[in-house]
Design a protein around this ligand. Structure first.
Ligand code: ADP
Ligand code: ASP
Ligand code: MG
Length: 593
């Protein structure tokens, strides 16, 4: 019999009537000849209320007790949902994370799933019951209750769908699917019928709160198709599968992460091992680092900037100050009034001019770019928070995201037959010790590129736009872009181009910067770019650290670094390429698929 997982988010179970409506939907699905597993979130804003309560008592609640508290939200919902189904004359059983056997590590409030046992769920399903699983929670080795991070019920749902080899995983929420950007922020956002795992993974991690990013990691790893849809009607929503909305679309969506904070370690010695020291200290506190922007140093000194969630700023500054002392750096700066605007698209990797279009739109909207970080399928810029919404709107318009793309394929919403599932979940789970373990598929070396750096970039709108317009007009293909936060209003912008175009690009920039009062231009005619790609790279904070550690041990200095959900890129001196590749291959040998 087909098995369907249906997840209901907070707004979809916000009151008794909504709980009954969700119960009716599950019963109907069962009557249509399916087994049904429901995954339920806490009612309405209950999780926020619980957090508020804790904050009224202390601003340093022990994480273990926070989990004990927060897990109660979901326990209320599952019990009520089971009662609702009983009241409709059907059989149901509510189960907590512990009762299902969702085993996690012990990182309270951000736990990772290690394994899920399916016996009890299967037994209940075979007895004809609707199983109601509490989202967001698990249990560690010592039977402590853990939670998976805000929004984590999505991850419970997709993980259950994976281990149960469900035929469909439906995420019921308060929007009718995934939009090109948050429709609450931009009303002109457009509904997307289909989005690829990679794009959704980036969008979710870059601020599109509609799905928990780790749920998409699971979906990709175990090939679970997800249907995001509204709980308020039967309208079809958005399918998240391996395929994008349309081929060759440069940008499929945009995202805003409103609550970011920038931290800069000033004046660190530009030598192997500095990034390792910094990010190890931060990882020890289980803080996720977001935009890591390291740029080439000058006179043996570099600044390293990164962003974290604003809520993590205090703890991050403590760790950063420790690192700065150890490294004998000049100090630590920060700004907690920043936001990140990103565009994402699978087609970006194959098209030129995407960066140029984005930077021009921002310049025309009068938005100053504080930092830039790119990867193959995304460009992120850090801007002042008061300008964030205007920046998002400008970018959304620039890529005409409100209009459906040409060549959008028809979407198949039907259930995916088990036989068509490409991955053998059981085999994957047995190969991975832990379900959320890091998986690396490719470690690649690209020795075909050169690096150019424009120093002294003035802190005003329009500079990046002018540079990339000139470069694009010169027919030059830009790959990786990094703009670091500048001191005294002078930032540094580095990017890579094909070696054959290095000289031409250098000359072009030399001419250009004179008129713009920035510069000088420097560069390296031969660099090596190394990419580690896989699943869960950014949420596994240790990935960047592992990369830094192995390069440090090999005595290799990192000139530029970019991170995304699916890839970590580093640029090193050209002559170090092979050595760096060997070091990375060895360092990630255990995580290879
Ligand atoms: P739930 O409680 O059902 O998990 P969430 O609040 O977590 O619901 O997620 C749904 C919300 O996500 C929407 O109301 C919407 O404002 C927001 N959102 C952010 N980005 C997007 C996007 N790209 N597409 C759709 N919704 C988005
Ligand atoms: N109730 C949790 C939260 O609000 C988990 C979830 O809803 O997904 O974050
Ligand atoms: Mg959610």
């Amino acid at each position: 019999m087909p098995l369907i997982v249906q997840k209901f988010g907070g707004t979809s179970v916000a009151d008794s009537q909504k709980i009954l409506a969700a119960a009716r939907r599950a019963v109907r699905t069962q009557q249509e000849g399916n087994q049904v597993v429901m995954v339920v979130s806490a009612m309405g804003h209950n999780t926020d209320l619980l957090i508020d309560l804790a904050n009224q008592i202390t601003d340093q609640a022990p994480a273990r007790e926070m989990d004990m508290l927060l897990s109660t939200g979901e326990q209320v919902s599952v019990a009520l949902m089971a009662m609702a189904i009983h009241s409709l004359g059907h059989e149901a059983i509510s189960l907590t994370g512990a009762q299902i056997g969702i085993k996690t590590d012990s990182t309270h409030t951000k736990a990772r799933i290690q394994s899920i046992s399916t016996d009890r769920v299967r037994r209940a399903l075979d007895e004809g019951k609707i199983v109601i699983a509490a989202g967001f929670q698990g249990i560690d080795e010592d039977f402590n209750i853990t939670t998976l991070g805000r929004g984590g019920s999505d991850t419970t749902a997709v993980a259950l769908a994976a281990v149960l080899q469900a035929d469909a995983c439906e995420i019921y929420t308060d929007v009718d699917g995934v939009y090109t950007t948050d429709p609450r922020v931009l009303p002109e956002a457009r509904h997307i019928k289909r989005v690829s795992y990679d794009e959704m993974l980036e969008l979710a991690s870059l601020g599109a709160g509609v799905m928990h990013n780790r749920s998409i990691e699971f979906a990709k790893k175990f090939t679970v198709p997800i249907h995001v849809r509204t709980s308020f009607s039967d309208a079809l929503g958005t399918m998240i599968t391996a395929l994008p909305e349309a081929e060759d679309q440069p940008v499929g969506g945009a995202a805003l992460a409103k609550n970011e904070a920038r931290v800069t370690i000033l004046g660190v010695p530009d030598k192997p091992g500095t990034s390792l020291t910094i990010f190890s200290k931060i990882a020890e506190k289980a803080i996720s680092v977001d935009m890591i922007v390291q740029n080439v140093g000058a006179d043996g000194i570099a600044d390293v900037s990164f962003t974290v969630l604003k809520d993590d700023l205090r703890a991050t500054l403590k760790a950063a100050e420790e690192a700065a002392r150890e490294l004998k750096a000049e100090g630590v700066g920060h700004d907690d009034d920043v936001a990140k605007v990103s565009v994402v698209g699978l087609g970006m990797a194959r098209q030129t001019g995407v960066a140029r279009r984005m930077f021009r739109a921002l310049a025309d909207a009068g938005v100053n770019i504080l930092m830039i970080s790119t990867s193959e399928i995304k460009i992120s810029v850090l801007v002042a928070r008061p300008q964030a919404a205007a920046a998002l709107r400008a970018v959304h318009q620039a890529f005409a995201l409100e209009k459906p793309p040409a060549g959008a394929a028809a979407v198949d919403y039907t259930k995916t037959p088990r036989a068509a599932r490409t991955s053998d979940v059981v085999a994957i789970v047995s190969r991975l010790q832990k379900m959320e373990e890091l998986t690396i598929d490719v470690i690649a070396l690209d020795e075909s590129q050169a690096r150019l750096t424009v120093s002294g970039v003035a802190d005003q709108p329009g500079i990046a736009a002018a540079i990339f317009e000139a470069v694009a007009d010169g027919g030059i293909f830009v790959d990786m872009i990094v703009q670091s936060f500048g001191r005294e209003g002078k930032a540094k912008l580095s990017f890579t181009v094909p070696q054959a175009q290095y000289k031409q690009c250098h000359e072009l920039l030399d001419k250009l910067v004179g008129g713009m009062k920035c510069g000088p231009v420097s560069g390296n005619a031969q660099v090596a770019k190394l990419s580690v790609s896989g699943i869960g790279l950014r949420s596994h904070t240790e990935v960047a650290i592992r990369a830094f550690r192995c390069l440090t041990e090999a005595g290799i200095n990192v000139a530029m670094i970019n991170t995304s959900e699916v890839r970590v890129n580093v640029v090193v001196e050209g002559s170090h390429g092979q050595k760096a590749l060997a070091a990375l291959q060895k360092a990630f040998a255990d995580a290879r698929q």
